[in-house]
Ligand binder design. Structure first.
Ligand code: SAH
Length: 455
């Protein structure tokens, strides 16, 4: 490569990576990755690091800004590890996400003649989240800081307000900060594994406005805990639950496995698609409720259930997707690995008067294999796995159960593409793929895909 460190080159940004880097190519076809650039930018770029066929650079000067650029409305942008698209307009962000799904399906999946449906956009790209997990630490003077980890590090960026979180979360952060400054609680240090308070974890029911505050502690509790709870009770309307979670492990996993109710209940409730749901601290719950409704509506359309359909909902969390469809089918079986989520799912069926559902706490692949051996032959299978996807073994079991349709909800286009290849070689054909923007301003994109069994 002729480029070397500190060279300054002219570069036009022509595409973007999933992590939010703009990419431009030199005349010789060398790709240069430039953070915080936008497609269409004409730049002077300083080369920071070179590899055989690509290089990394940083913006030295914006010669002509991309027409998609917008004013950055958050002082933490590019410092904290949350948003990657606050410097371009929302339409441009959605185009990048659409392209990312298309690239995965075409290049990684090898499906060259599938047309991807337009991404389902969000009306609110601000303050849409109903959950936050803030690491707590200290600055160089020992003052408590609460915020987010910087990209790819465990360095905490102190955050006074996050544009993706409801304002009431900021209030809870402030109360916590002031409490820490005026009490003798020591804060956890990841390197030494000493100190108590590790994380602040908050959940809110968007419709009910109910609030859960959870403190993750390397120990049993906090000094002067009552004073903290009294203040939360006095200032946070609809405070339903304060939980002390004990995590004594030296681990990146945020929550430990023991919860103590310090105030109220150990759950909050919210509504989704007209149904009520109970949400426990450990249970998965969609962070963007309004977009989740749109996603579920698309999944319902794809599932095309009838009154005699048997529905299998794998990776069901608190049962949400299946329960919102249960009234349209004969029976529903949900499978989920987290015990508390399954307890919530069973309770959620009751709360909503749904009597044709049962739930199993197990690994999805193991449960599917067992259900198949017991003779279960579902008409429709819904899959909503975590980022690593569902894998070949489960696809094989689903093939043997031979459902007419599979609705695959994915939060990672790359593992979706891989799993779709397995489905395709197991006699299933992709009918339609729709991306959905559940995580505006961040790098993440959700996708829902309909597969049907070949005739
Ligand atoms: N469908 C639900 C949850 C989707 S998130 C909703 O829309 O709310 C993915 C879920 O898969 C999480 O609840 C997670 O706990 C669960 N999970 C992760 N690994 C699993 C496994 N091996 N088997 C079953 N469930 C698993």
């Amino acid at each position: 490569m002729y480029l070397k460190k500190n060279d300054i080159i002219d570069l036009t940004i022509s595409s973007a990576t999933a992590e939010g880097n703009g990419v431009g190519k030199t005349e010789d076809g060398i790709a240069i990755f430039v953070p915080n650039s936008a497609i269409g930018d004409k730049l002077k770029v300083r080369i920071l690091k070179t590899k055989k066929t690509y290089a990394f650079g940083k913006i030295e000067e914006i010669v002509t800004p991309s027409p998609t650029r917008t004013d950055i409305d958050c002082p933490y942008f590019a410092k904290c590890g949350g948003c990657v698209w606050r410097h371009i307009n929302y339409d441009a962000e959605c185009e990048i996400k659409q392209q990312r799904v298309e690239d995965a399906i075409k290049r990684l999946g090898g499906f060259t003649n599938i047309e991807i449906q337009p991404i389902i956009k969000s009306e609110n790209t601000l303050r849409y989240r109903n959950k936050a997990q803030f690491p707590i630490g200290t600055d160089k003077d020992g003052k408590p800081i609460i915020g987010f980890y910087a990209f790819h590090t465990h360095r905490i960026v102190d955050c006074m307000d996050c544009a993706l979180q409801p304002e009431i979360f900021t209030q809870i952060m402030n109360i916590t900060r002031e409490f820490l400054e005026s009490s003798e609680n020591d804060i956890y240090n990841e390197q030494t594994h000493k100190g108590k308070l590790r994380h602040l974890y908050i959940r809110m029911g968007e419709i009910t406005k109910e609030i859960m505050v959870c403190y993750v502690v390397n120990g049993k509790g906090l000094k002067q805990e009552d004073r903290l709870i009294e203040r939360l009770k006095a200032e946070i309307p609809n405070l339903k639950s304060v939980i002390i979670n004990t995590n004594r492990e030296q681990t990146n996993v945020i929550l430990g496995n023991r919860n103590r109710i310090a105030y109220g209940t150990d759950y909050i409730t919210d509504e989704l698609c007209g149904y009520k749901f109970k949400i426990s601290p450990f249970s998965f719950w969609q962070v963007n409720r309004r977009q989740a409704e749109k996603l579920y509506n698309k999944a319902t359309e794809y599932a095309k259930l009838s009154k005699d359909s048997v529905l299998l909902d794998l990776y069901c969390g608190t049962g949400t997707i299946g329960l919102t469809m249960a009234n349209n089918c004969k029976s529903l079986i949900g499978v989920e690995i987290i015990e508390d989520a399954i307890k919530d799912a069973i309770e959620n069926a009751k709360i909503n008067g749904i009597e044709n559902a049962r739930f199993i706490c197990a690994d999805a692949s193991t449960a599917a294999e067992q259900l198949k051996n017991e003779g279960l032959r579902p008409d429709v299978v819904i899959l909503d796995p975590p980022r690593k996807g569902c894998g070949e073994e489960l696809v094989q079991t689903i093939k043997e159960m031979s459902p007419q349709r599979v609705v695959y909800v994915s939060c990672d286009p790359a593992t979706l593409a891989r799993d779709l290849k397995h489905f395709s070689s197991s006699g299933y054909e992709i009918q339609e793929i729709t991306p959905c923007d559940m995580f505006s301003r961040t790098a993440h994109v959700e996708t829902v895909c309909l597969l049907s069994r070949n005739k």
